[in-house]
Write a protein that binds this ligand. Structure first.
Ligand SMILES: [Ca+2]
Length: 111
């Protein structure tokens, strides 16, 4: 049986492919669909365009698996940080100023 982390990784890959389909990348529409379905409680829908632009490192208008992975890694880091201060999951509610903290850490996360 796979470890908990192995299962999480496999689930993440499955999730990515659910939205990427055969193209193996996310266009803006697929990205927004993923955010809407995976963060259904957010009221920060206006941030989706900004997130897409920030995640599209090579500016080709679509998100590769690696580009989405970087974004998810930032969500994980933010969630970890917020869990210490009991702020919860970024994008889970509109009450967190996650966009500010997201921008603040841009460039400080090494990949
Ligand atoms: Ca790209």
């Amino acid at each position: 049986m796979n470890s908990q982390l192995q299962q999480l990784i496999e689930q993440y890959i499955d999730l990515y492919h659910r939205y990427s389909g055969n193209s193996d990348s996310l266009d803006k529409q697929a990205f927004k669909k993923m955010l809407d379905e995976q963060f259904p409680d957010t009221d920060e829908k206006q941030k989706r365009d900004q997130l897409f632009q920030e995640a599209d490192i090579n500016k080709d208008g679509k998100l590769s698996f690696a580009e989405v992975g970087r974004l998810v890694a930032k969500f994980v880091a933010e969630t970890h940080e917020n869990s210490a201060s009991k702020k919860g999951v970024p994008l889970a509610t509109g009450k967190n100023s996650s966009s500010k903290s997201f921008r603040r850490r841009q460039g400080s996360v090494a990949y």
